[in-house]
Ligand binder design. Structure first.
Ligand SMILES: [Zn+2]
Length: 185
């Protein structure tokens, strides 16, 4: 009987270890706030989602005060990109982080985020941390669309014009666009 107990103890122990996940789930308690310096955007019932690689890891919707909770299990993602979208808010990047220091995190995001600038005063992208492909978004009644004709004769249209990203007249909270990561922020 004693031997049986020992064997079952080892068996259960092995079973437990073999099912141990590679990494722990992360629980995020977050809040989306309006950037007080901007007059567009809102935080109620906004979809918030986190992407790692090209995969959506978790998705939720804020409550009437901009609060949300997200939970997912990180694997080997290079970064975790937090996005939001809603009616009148095209998908925009709120933050990009490389790793979580603990398995519970409290996070506050601003819509739109306060732009981070480098030493030269140029706005850097929250994802690639570089300024060289960042364009200021210009909202207007007649956005200029630039036609590009490639060597093979293919025509493409680009909203990038004279260092700006041309957007139609409905003013959205996004202020910048990174052409490297194809994200608005
Ligand atoms: Zn970028």
């Amino acid at each position: 009987m004693k031997l049986f107990k020992i064997i079952s103890f080892i068996f259960i122990g092995t079973l437990f270890l073999s099912f141990k996940p590679l990494t722990n789930p992360v629980f995020i308690k977050g809040q989306v706030k309006r950037n007080p310096k901007e007059n567009s955007g809102y935080v109620e019932y906004v979809a918030v989602f986190v992407k790692g690689g090209n995969k959506v890891l978790a998705k939720t919707v804020t409550d009437d005060k901009g609060n949300f909770e997200l939970s997912f299990t990180p694997e080997k993602e290079n970064s975790f990109d937090f996005f939001c979208n809603a009616v009148g808010i095209d998908t925009m990047l709120l933050a990009s982080i490389k790793a979580f220091e603990s398995d519970t995190a409290e996070m506050t995001f601003f819509i739109p985020r306060e732009p981070k600038r480098n030493k030269l005063g140029r706005v850097v992208c929250p994802k690639c941390n570089r300024p060289d492909m960042v364009y200021k978004i210009v909202y207007g009644d007649n956005p200029i669309v630039v036609r590009h004709i490639s060597n093979s004769g293919d025509t493409t249209y680009s909203p990038l014009y004279k260092g700006t990203y041309q957007e139609s007249c409905t003013v959205q909270p996004a202020r910048y666009y990174c052409d490297r990561d194809k994200v608005k922020f």
